[in-house]
Each structure stands twice: as structure tokens, then as C-alpha cells.
Design a protein around this ligand. Structure first.
Ligand code: NAL
Length: 331
């Protein structure tokens, strides 16, 4: 796999392709950047961007993870102290998950976001941005019903962070794209460069395949789940014998989240997937690529129940080191 392919595999979108191609020509020492609001423990959504960070490290990038403590505070995620404690645990979980400790830099937003130069720059961006634009940028990120002033400042700080952390490539899930598009528009008005962005896909709701898996509603899989909990959640997942499920009764599009998790979580981390089956059901199946597994589910050669059982085992393997680390931290 060449560098461009590794950088962009499984991405939902890159902005722009030309800019990413230029980075891929000499990836060594380039810096990719992702930010997370510290809250709870890592879940499958965080881990999807983490897989991309691992790809980028393999391609030669250095990675900065912003533990966005001030952002979480602005977005109503608790007291500042609680947020800081959560952030410390989060850092440990990322390393346990498999990020390269030597090529990962963790930063707290509060380290630099209160500096005078930063605050004045922020006010400059505030003067260039309408309230409605800022509000729209937050539509997939905002917590709570009413838009608060803090949530309008939030995307402007996210834009400015990309500049202040000296990033070559900004990474985020697709829910971050409107913030990144705002950043591309507004940073040049402050004579900064528009950031290059890469967005990872979102996984469908596990139980219905409709909409997006969310950390606040529906079933999510997290670093705290036991093997039994993972098995139960995956067993209850929506998995028709199809890569392209029919819309639901109301005509709403559905995805197959079991396949999505194989594609975005399992195959990026293992070379071969073995689906164990008793001999009487045809014996074990071995897959070297996601496409081969998808084709077998689609044709009926792989039964959804066998796919789920294998998925639960692989997810447990991926989550186990982080779960263990959390246990140590709490002991
Ligand atoms: C992501 C977040 C906060 C600040 C950032 C700054 C630069 C790049 C990415 C950033 C958190 C993110 C979330 N908005 O929803 O968790």
C-alpha cells in the first residue's frame, strides 16, 4: 500500500485530494491532529478515528491528540475538574489501544487557549463569523436543545486550534466536517492557511442500522464493556444477510453496522479474519479482505449469526488492553 492509499483508506472524505496528495509525497514528520472532548470512556466512535491515526503513524506522520477540555466545558460536559480527570484516563486508553507512544503528543486545550494572542485572534474570528454560521457548524456536535453563546465560540476555537497546533492534516469524524469547512473559510480571513482535512465515516445505529451511532443514545460499545457485554450488544445488532439493506418501513435508509464495524475496526487492525464454525456447518471461514467477507454475507455463504459471533471476539481483542488499563487505573 503506498502512502496516499494508507492515509486515505476508509476515509469518507478528504478536503482536498490535491492537498492530501501533496502531503503523501513526503509524510515523514508531517503532523496530523485530532481533538476530542473528554467525556466518559473511549467508545467505538473514538476508536474509528484512532484507527486512522494508527494508519497515519504507519505512513510516517506524527500525531497530536488534543484533549479539548475547554471545548467540553463550553459544550456543557461537566465541571472543569471532572473534565480534566476524564482526559487523563482517555490518554491512557489511547495508548493501550495501540497508538505509538513515541509518535503521539497529547495536549490540553487549556495549555494555550487562554494566552493573550490566542484570545485576541479568537475575537478576530468572532468578528468575521455570523451567529447562524457558527450555529450551523455545531449542528452535529452540540449537546442540549438550546444553542448557547459558548457553543457559537466553540467552532471558532476549534478552527484556531488547528492553526495554533501547527497541523498539516486535521482529522475528524464526519460530524466535524461543518466545523472544518468553517475553518477553511474563516482562517484565511485572519491571514492563516485553510486546513487540509480528512473525515472518517460514521457507523450506523447498532440496533436499527438507521442514522448514526451516538454516544448519548442507543447502544454503543466502549472500552469498559466486558466480553459478555460486547457479545450481547453485537448479537442484538441489525445484520440482514446483505451489504446494502432495504430501507425500513418508513423508507428510511439503513446500513449494516456489523459489516461497517468489520470494515472500519477489524480489518484495519488484523491481516486475516477467521470466522469459526463447527464442521457440520462447513468449518472455519478465512478472509484476507473486508470485500471477501462482505461478498460472502451478501451471497449467503456467511450466516449473520456466525459473522456476529466472530465480530464480538475481534472487538473484544481490540478493547481488552484498554479495559485492562482502566481497571489498573481504578485499582
Ligand atoms: C476537536 C474538538 C475540539 C477542538 C478541536 C480543535 C481542533 C481540531 C479538532 C478539535 C472536539 C470535537 C468533538 N469537536 O466533537 O469531540
Amino acid at each position: 500500500m503506498d502512502a496516499y492509499e494508507r492515509i486515505t483508506r476508509n476515509a469518507a472524505e478528504v478536503v482536498t485530494e490535491e492537498e492530501v496528495e501533496a502531503l503523501a509525497e513526503e509524510p515523514d514528520g508531517k503532523r496530523a491532529y485530532v481533538g476530542y472532548e473528554p467525556s466518559g470512556v473511549l467508545h467505538i466512535g473514538h476508536l474509528l478515528t484512532a484507527n486512522k491515526l494508527i494508519d497515519l503513524q504507519d505512513a510516517g506522520f506524527d500525531v497530536t491528540i488534543l484533549l479539548a477540555d475547554v471545548h467540553a466545558y463550553l459544550n456543557d460536559k461537566g465541571s472543569f475538574e471532572e473534565i480534566r480527570e476524564t482526559a487523563e484516563r482517555m490518554q491512557e486508553q489511547f495508548l493501550a489501544y495501540g497508538l505509538d507512544a513515541d509518535a503521539t503528543q497529547f495536549r490540553y486545550g487549556s495549555e494555550f487557549q487562554n494566552d493573550e494572542a490566542y484570545v485576541l485572534d479568537l475575537h478576530g474570528l468572532e468578528r468575521e463569523t455570523s451567529i447562524s454560521r457558527a450555529e450551523r457548524a455545531m449542528s452535529e456536535i452540540k449537546s442540549g436543545e438550546t444553542a448557547k453563546v459558548s457553543q457559537a465560540v466553540y467552532p471558532l476555537m476549534q478552527a484556531l486550534d488547528i492553526e495554533y497546533l501547527d497541523v498539516d492534516l486535521a482529522i475528524g469524524g464526519m460530524e466535524q466536517r461543518k466545523v472544518h469547512m468553517l475553518a477553511r473559510d474563516v482562517l484565511p480571513k485572519a491571514d492563516y492557511e485553510a486546513p487540509t482535512c480528512l473525515h472518517t465515516p460514521l457507523i450506523a445505529d447498532l440496533e436499527t442500522g438507521v442514522g448514526k451511532m451516538s454516544s448519548s443514545e442507543g447502544t454503543n460499545i466502549s472500552m469498559e464493556d466486558s466480553a459478555e457485554e460486547i457479545e450481547e450488544k453485537v448479537n442484538g445488532a441489525f445484520c440482514p444477510p446483505s451489504a446494502d439493506p432495504e430501507p425500513d418501513d418508513d423508507g428510511v435508509e439503513r446500513e449494516n453496522p456489523v459489516l461497517q464495524i468489520f470494515e472500519y475496526h477489524v480489518f484495519p487492525r488484523v491481516d486475516t479474519v477467521v470466522v469459526e464454525r463447527p464442521d457440520e456447518y462447513g468449518g472455519d471461514l478465512t478472509y484476507d479482505s473486508y470485500a471477501a467477507l462482505e461478498a460472502d454475507l451478501d451471497s449467503g455463504d456467511l450466516h449473520p449469526a456466525d459473522a456476529k459471533s466472530a465480530l464480538a471476539d475481534y472487538l473484544d481483542d481490540l478493547i481488552a488492553p484498554g479495559r485492562e488499563r482502566l481497571r489498573e487505573l481504578r485499582a
